[in-house]
Design a protein. Structure first.
Lengths: 290, 258
C-alpha cells in the first residue's frame, strides 16, 4: 500500500499537474483561447451552455465538499495528502467552470441565482446522498461515493462534452481535458485505496452498495432530465460551427444526428459499464436502481 | 507593474477574487517550489549532525508534523462551512500547502533515518501542541468560522511563522531551505486570516472581545509549546531567542494585542 500511495504524493502532483499539463494555462485553457463568437451571439446556444456549465459547477462543488471532508476522516497520512491534492483539484474545477459562466456573460452578482435557476434537482439529491456519508466521516463509503461513483460519472460526462467541443470550441475542450486528467487520477486512487479497505471491512459492503444504488438512481434521473431539456452538447449539433471538420462522434454515435434518447442511452451505458468494472475491481457488486 | 501583477491596486471584491484563486496560488508557489523536490534544491549538500543535534531535530520535526496535521485537518474541515466561494477556494489551496508541509517534513525525517515517523510523532509530540490541536478542531467541528479562522490562520500560523523563521536561521542547509518554503506559504495564510477577520471586525466590533478571550486561552498553550520546543533543541535558557515576544508582536500586527 505504501508504494502505491507514494505515486499519489503532493510532490508527484505538483510535477504532473500544475507544473505539467496545466503549465501555461489560464483557468484551464490557453491564454489566447476564447468562447466562439457564434456561441456568444446565439441566445439559444448560450443558454444551453450556461445550463450545462451550471451542472458542472454543482458537481464540482459537491466534489470539493466531499474531498475536503474526507481529509479529516482518512486513516493515514498518505491518504490525507492525496486528498489534499484532490481538494485543490476540485477547488480549481469550481473556479474554472465558474469563470466559464462569467465568460458566457453571467455577471458575478448573478452567479448564485443563475445556479439556482438552472441546477438539475436530481443532481442535488445525488450530492445529498454522498455528503451524508461525508458528514458521518465514513471514509470507505465516502471514497467509493466520491472517487468511484461521482468521479466515474464526471469522467464520462467530461469525455462526452470534450468529444462534442473538440472541433467547435477548443477553449472549452482544453478546459475539459485538464479536468479529465485530474479525474483519472482521482478514480485511480479510489480503486487502489478502497479495495484494500473493503477486504478488511467486508461488513461495510451492504451499506456502501446501497449508497451506490441510490446515487446511480439520481444520476440516471439527472441524465434523463438533462437530455430531455438540453439535448446533446450544443457544439455537436448540425448547425454548430465545426470549422470544416467532420461531425463529432461519441461511442460510435454521430453526435450531430443522434436523438436525445440515443445520446442519453450512450452516456448512461458508458457510465454504468465503468461503474461495474471499477466496483468489481474493489470487490463490490454493482447494484441496479431499477 | 500592472493591476494584474499587483493585486493591492485592485478594488476589494476584485482583490479577493484574485488572491483567493488557484491561479494566484500557483503563481506564488511556482517561484519557490519549481525545481525543488520536497522543497529543497537537488544540489544542496547535507552537513554532519552530532547525535544530539540529530535527535533534537527529529523531535522538533515531529512537533512541526503535529502542527501541520492540525492545520491540514482544520483547513480542510473549514471548507464545508466557509462563507463564500473565494474563501472555499483559498482554503483548498491552503489544504494542499499544509499537506505539502506535512509531506516534506516526513520526507526530511526519513532522510534523518526515522523508519516509522508516525510512531516517533506519537512518542515525541509536545503536550501543549496536542491540546492546541484539539481546541482548534473543536472550533472546526462546531463550524465556528470566526474562531476557526482566528485559531488557525492567526494564532497557529503566527506560531509556525515565528518558529520556522527562527529555526531556518540556525538550521542545517537542507532543513533551512525546506523551512523557508514553508514560511512563504504561512505568510499567505496569515494574510487570509487578517483580511477575513479584519473585514468582520469592522462590521461586528463585539467579535473582537470574543476573539480576545480565545486568544488568552490559546496563548498559554503557544507559549508552553515554545518553551518545550527550545528545551528539546537543547538551547540554554540564556541563549534562547525571544520567540514569545516575536509571536505576540506578529499577532499584534494583525490587530490582536495582548
Amino acid at each position: 500500500m505504501v508504494d502505491f500511495l507514494s505515486n499519489y504524493s503532493i510532490q508527484k502532483w505538483l510535477e504532473s499537474c500544475p507544473q505539467g499539463y496545466l503549465e501555461d494555462t489560464i483557468y484551464g485553457h490557453g491564454a489566447d483561447e476564447r468562447e466562439p463568437e457564434e456561441l456568444l451571439q446565439n441566445d439559444d446556444y448560450r443558454e444551453q451552455q450556461i445550463r450545462t456549465t451550471v451542472q458542472l459547477i454543482a458537481g464540482e462543488r459537491c466534489a470539493l465538499a466531499a474531498s475536503s471532508g474526507l481529509v479529516n476522516a482518512a486513516p493515514d497520512q498518505a491518504s490525507k495528502t492525496f486528498l489534499a491534492t484532490q481538494t485543490l483539484d476540485e477547488g480549481r474545477h469550481v473556479e474554472i467552470f465558474t469563470q466559464r459562466l462569467f465568460d458566457l456573460g453571467v455577471k458575478p452578482n448573478d452567479l448564485e441565482s443563475t445556479i439556482a435557476t438552472y441546477i438539475n434537482p436530481h443532481l442535488g439529491k445525488f450530492a445529498e446522498v454522498l455528503l451524508e456519508k461525508i458528514d458521518k466521516k465514513d471514509f470507505v463509503a465516502g471514497v467509493v461515493g466520491q472517487n468511484i461513483v461521482l468521479e466515474g460519472m464526471a469522467f464520462s460526462v467530461f469525455e462526452m462534452l470534450h468529444a462534442g467541443a473538440e472541433a467547435a470550441n477548443p477553449k472549452f475542450a482544453r478546459t475539459l481535458s485538464g479536468t479529465i486528467a485530474d479525474e483519472r487520477r482521482h478514480v485511480g486512487f479510489g480503486e487502489n485505496r478502497i479495495g484494500d479497505l473493503i477486504r478488511r471491512y467486508p461488513e461495510k459492503k451492504p451499506e456502501v452498495q446501497r449508497m451506490q444504488r441510490d446515487m446511480t438512481k439520481h444520476m440516471l434521473a439527472t441524465f434523463h432530465e438533462a437530455f430531455a431539456r438540453n439535448g446533446g452538447p450544443a457544439e455537436a449539433r448540425p448547425s454548430a460551427p465545426q470549422k470544416g471538420k467532420p461531425a463529432p462522434t461519441y461511442q460510435g454515435l454521430n453526435m450531430a444526428e443522434a436523438s436525445n434518447e440515443e445520446m442519453e442511452g450512450a452516456l448512461s451505458a458508458t457510465v454504468l459499464k465503468e461503474f461495474k468494472t471499477r466496483l468489481g475491481r474493489i470487490g463490490l457488486e454493482y447494484q441496479s436502481p431499477v | 507593474m500592472t493591476e494584474a501583477d499587483n493585486p493591492h491596486e485592485l478594488g476589494e471584491a476584485e482583490f479577493r477574487a484574485t488572491v483567493h484563486s488557484f491561479e494566484f496560488w500557483f503563481e506564488a508557489v511556482e517561484g519557490y517550489l519549481h525545481g525543488r523536490p520536497y522543497g529543497v534544491s537537488p544540489g544542496l549538500e547535507e552537513v554532519d549532525l552530532t547525535e544530539r543535534q540529530r535527535d533534537g531535530l527529529i523531535t522538533t520535526l515531529c512537533n512541526y508534523c503535529v502542527g501541520e496535521t492540525a492545520a491540514l485537518d482544520a483547513s480542510s474541515g473549514m471548507i464545508g462551512f466557509a462563507p463564500d466561494r473565494g474563501a472555499k477556494i483559498f482554503l483548498a489551496t491552503q489544504v494542499v500547502d499544509e499537506g505539502r508541509h506535512l509531506e516534506v517534513l516526513l520526507h526530511r525525517m526519513k532522510q534523518l533515518g526515522v523508519a516509522d515517523p508516525d510512531a516517533e510523532i506519537a512518542r515525541r509530540a509536545n503536550r501543549s501542541l496536542l491540546k492546541f490541536k484539539d481546541r482548534l478542531l473543536e472550533f472546526v467541528d462546531a463550524r465556528d468560522w470566526e474562531a476557526s479562522v482566528f485559531a488557525q490562520n492567526v494564532i497557529l500560523e503566527c506560531l509556525e511563522f515565528t518558529v520556522f523563521r527562527h529555526h531556518a536561521g540556525t538550521a542545517d542547509p537542507v532543513t533551512a531551505e525546506m523551512l523557508r518554503g514553508i514560511v512563504s506559504d504561512e505568510r499567505r495564510h496569515m494574510g487570509f486570516g487578517e483580511n477575513d477577520l479584519g473585514r468582520r471586525l469592522l462590521t461586528a466590533p463585539h467579535t473582537h472581545d470574543r476573539l480576545y478571550k480565545i486568544k488568552r486561552q490559546l496563548d498559554s498553550l503557544v507559549l508552553d509549546t515554545f518553551a518545550e520546543t527550545m528545551g528539546e533543541l537543547g538551547i540554554e535558557r540564556e541563549e534562547r531567542p525571544d520567540l514569545a515576544g516575536d509571536y505576540l508582536a506578529a499577532v499584534a500586527r494583525l490587530g490582536f494585542r495582548s
